[in-house]
Write a protein that binds this ligand. Structure first.
Ligand code: KIV
Length: 266
């Protein structure tokens, strides 16, 4: 069995200019597929609120629901590093909340790290979690938990001032102990600048080709989600259409009496 990917492996990949691959998963079968496909890391994203639970934003998903899904993913995966996404209000209220919620992902669900959104303002939280022994992935740029303040899913860091702030945020998060950082929805040149300024690996999603690695939502990659399709997505399969087609054929077989046949009967 291949050994589990660690945060040191991700750092080594950055240093050796090898790209890091990461994808979301929310349950056993999808995590097993991601693991078998050989990705470095699987993130149980709070995007599950949108692609699994059917909400319009990531805001409603609860800690208990995230723990439930993370546990299924860790049970399925043998090699990929598993990162659990801290949902809205699970780390913003107090350090005590942040430690006990992040700790649940590690102790109850078997995750290897947590991720949280925010710039310099969450650096103290990153520091306290890291000191507690919980590896933290940071996430800046388009941070979906701030959708109400951002006024929609908009590319961030377009002005000189906003770009400068993102570079400073990234450096503060690295100093606070983050082992990696997601750069979401920012111009490619800014992502290149941030990546070059950091010793820790950057993982892009809508951050262009110069990041140290990339992450996408599983349901986008497989063509299982079509309510909206941002520009940065590349669809590698069309499983929703294939599934609808398969279920339609099954329904037609049942209605016409073609299924079950004698080969399916006892
Ligand atoms: O919620 C999520 O899935 C994420 C990743 C895509 C980074 O934040």
């Amino acid at each position: 069995m291949a050994e589990r990917v660690t945060i040191q492996d991700l750092l080594r990949k950055k240093q050796q200019l090898q790209k890091i691959s990461m994808i979301t998963a929310y349950d056993f079968p999808f995590a097993q597929m991601a693991d078998e496909a050989g990705v470095d890391a699987i993130i149980v994203g709070d995007s599950l609120a949108i692609v699994v639970q059917g909400h319009d934003t990531t805001l409603p998903v609860s800690m208990d629901q995230m723990v439930y899904h993370t546990e299924m993913v860790t049970r399925a995966s043998k090699r990929a590093m598993i990162i659990a996404d801290m949902p809205f209000l699970s780390y913003q209220v107090s350090n005590e909340d942040a430690i006990s919620n992040a700790g649940r992902f590690i102790k109850e669900a078997g995750a290897h790290a947590v991720k949280l959104e925010g710039g310099g303002e969450v650096a103290p939280t990153v520091e306290i979690l890291t000191r507690t022994g919980i590896p933290v992935m940071a996430h800046i740029g388009l941070t979906p938990q701030s959708i109400l303040c951002m006024g929609g899913y908009k590319v961030q860091g377009r002005t000189e001032e906003a770009a400068k702030k993102l570079v400073e945020d990234a450096k503060r998060l690295e100093s606070a102990g983050a082992f990696s950082i997601i750069l979401e929805g920012i111009p490619a040149d800014l992502a290149r600048q941030i990546t070059a300024a950091l010793g820790i690996p950057s993982i892009g999603i809508g951050g262009g080709p110069h990041c140290d690695g990339q992450v996408l939502v599983m349901h986008d990659v497989l063509g299982l989600f079509d309510r909206f399709v941002p520009k940065f997505i590349k669809k590698y399969a069309n499983l929703k259409a294939d599934a609808v087609d398969a279920i339609r054929k099954y329904r037609e077989d049942v209605e016409s009496g073609n299924f079950p046949g004698s080969e399916h009967s006892f």
